[in-house]
Ligand binder design. Structure first.
Ligand code: ARG
Length: 372
């Protein structure tokens, strides 16, 4: 609890406490909360306290963090008093107050993209890829240019990596690595057809301000499977990134990694089934995850937007967000509506040609952090 103390009649100073014994009560000062004040705080869901001793860090002689009691339902007798029924839930887990959506703010981003000059579908490493279907590379370039123009229009910085002939999937820059706090963990691809992309992205990062990019030691398909939400790094596995890469990423970035298991081959990368909207909000498609991973997501993100089957099929979760503007495939109409009702501004784009390789907006975008 870091919030301010609740109002009190008398605010104690640390000098009022005895020496560092941790057992003495405050000298000469009493913190009083009137019963009416306490009731009002309780009604507002704010913490209240009953004993001044509870506000003192043991042994430090200074005020410690404010602790609050958490009522638990009386399970053993099978009866939960109505006034406690909701009391044991984390505040974030309570339903959002209805009414006007919150104000959202955009934060400028720094992206790396790769023009699909050599884009084609000549092999199949996911269910969307059919080498028998014709691909219009020019159209793919035009659609991709639109995405880049949208980013520039939103005020983001977009750097470009030179496309390499013979690497038709290199347009999917998200897979090149994961870059957080100016440190880059470079991808190691699962499939032979993409392996050479790793060193290409490594070289670019090395020559563009990321002094010592480290290549993952086991299969790790970069931001295809690693998505940062606030301080948490969500990590996918099941089809591409090796579950052992999760421990490696946690060690490298020093950020808590949450492992999530993907179960539907159509949603083979985490960024095809989940998108990050801001530091605490995600949207996802539950059926793409194992039951345990669904439970983890529900627990961590009770307020998440839930994509429909149609949104998922339109690749709607393969989106990028700057906290306000959410760029997503235009076919994800239900998701766009949900986004609007939650105060985001959806920007729908047609990347149908790139979808023939099983990729869309987020796949084409590697975020470089911090943005400069
Ligand atoms: N054809 C590519 C593959 O299967 C598509 C990659 C999509 N990228 C992504 N970040 N989901 O690897």
């Amino acid at each position: 609890m870091t919030g301010p103390f609740p109002p009190s009649r008398t605010r104690p100073s640390s000098a009022a406490f005895g020496p560092r014994t941790g057992v003495r009560e405050p000298v000469g000062l009493k913190i009083r909360q009137l019963p009416s004040e306490r009731a009002a705080l309780q009604r507002l869901g704010k913490p209240c306290f009953t004993s001044p001793g509870s506000r003192r860090a043991a042994g430090s002689g200074r005020l410690g963090p404010l602790r609050t009691a958490r009522p638990r339902p009386l399970r053993r007798c099978g009866y939960t008093p109505p006034h406690l029924a909701d009391g044991h839930r984390h505040p974030a887990a309570r339903p959002r107050p209805q009414g006007r959506p919150p104000m959202r703010t955009a934060t400028p981003r720094h992206y790396l993209m790769c023009r699909p000059t050599h884009f084609d579908v000549v092999y199949s490493i996911n269910p969307w890829m059919d080498p028998g279907k014709p691909v219009d590379t020019e159209l793919a370039v035009a659609q991709w240019e639109q995405l880049r123009a949208v980013y520039l229009g939103l005020g983001h910085r977009v750097d470009l990596i030179e496309p390499v002939e013979g690497l038709p999937d290199m347009v999917f820059a998200a897979n090149g690595g994961t870059v957080i706090d100016g440190r880059a963990l470079v991808a190691r691809f699962r499939d032979a057809e993409r392996i050479a992309e790793g060193p290409a992205y490594r070289d670019w990062l090395h020559h563009n301000g990321f002094a010592d990019p480290v290549t993952a030691s086991v299969v790790n398909e970069g931001e295809g499977d690693y998505l940062l939400v606030g301080d948490l790094l969500l990590a996918g596995t099941g089809f591409r990134s090796d579950p052992r890469s999760h421990a490696e990423a946690q060690e490298y970035f020093g950020r808590p990694v949450i492992s999530l298991t993907l179960v539907d081959p159509n949603y083979y990368h985490l960024d095809t089934a989940l998108s990050v909207l801001d530091d605490e909000t995600i949207a996802y498609y539950p059926p793409a995850f194992s039951p345990g991973s669904q439970a983890v997501l529900r627990r961590l993100f009770p307020d998440a937007l839930i994509a429909t089957d149609a949104d998922a099929r339109a690749f709607g979760l393969n989106a990028t967000s700057d906290g306000l503007n959410v760029v997503l495939p235009e076919g994800a109409v239900d998701l766009a509506e949900q986004l609007r009702s939650r105060g985001y501004l959806p920007v729908g784009l047609d990347l149908s040609e790139l979808l023939k390789a099983g990729g869309s907006i987020k796949c084409c975008t590697l975020e470089l952090r911090p943005a400069v």
